[in-house]
Design a protein around this ligand. Structure first.
Ligand code: ZN
Length: 133
């Protein structure tokens, strides 16, 4: 793992949340992006070497909508930047982590992403991400 690439936060109202996080961080988000495959809208803020990703459901069946129904708004996942997502996924699988999608999928912000189930990492949903070239 190279660094914490971003922290994902599930929000109910993207417009209200981007306002709050702009004030908190002292600068506006640099992009918004809809990830249709996950039924989410995202907004990204820089924060030093890392980022904050706000996630808003675009469909009641989206994983973010279900998360908010169950737990309310809040921290949803931690994303770690990796150089080789496939080998890192295999390494962690061998170590006993529960990999949710073995084949990397296209995530927001031009990344390949793989998720690890929270039950194998003390209740935290982990995202591995690698820059797409
Ligand atoms: Zn993420």
């Amino acid at each position: 793992m190279r660094k914490i690439e971003h922290i994902g936060i599930a929000v109910k109202d993207m417009q209200a949340a981007t306002k709050i996080y702009s004030t908190l961080l002292g600068h506006p988000h640099y992009k918004t992006e809809e990830v249709a495959g996950e039924a989410v809208n995202t907004a990204f803020f820089t924060c030093g070497e890392s980022k904050i990703e706000l996630l808003e459901a675009t469909d009641p069946d989206s994983a973010i909508a279900k998360f908010i129904d169950k737990k309310g708004e809040g921290m949803h996942h931690i994303a770690f930047a990796v150089d080789d997502i496939k080998s890192e996924t295999q390494r962690l699988k061998k170590e006993g982590f529960v990999v949710l999608n073995e084949e990397p999928k296209i995530g927001a912000d031009n990344k390949w992403v793989v998720f690890l189930h929270p039950k194998s990492s003390n209740g935290v949903l982990v995202e591995l991400c690698q820059e797409r070239n």
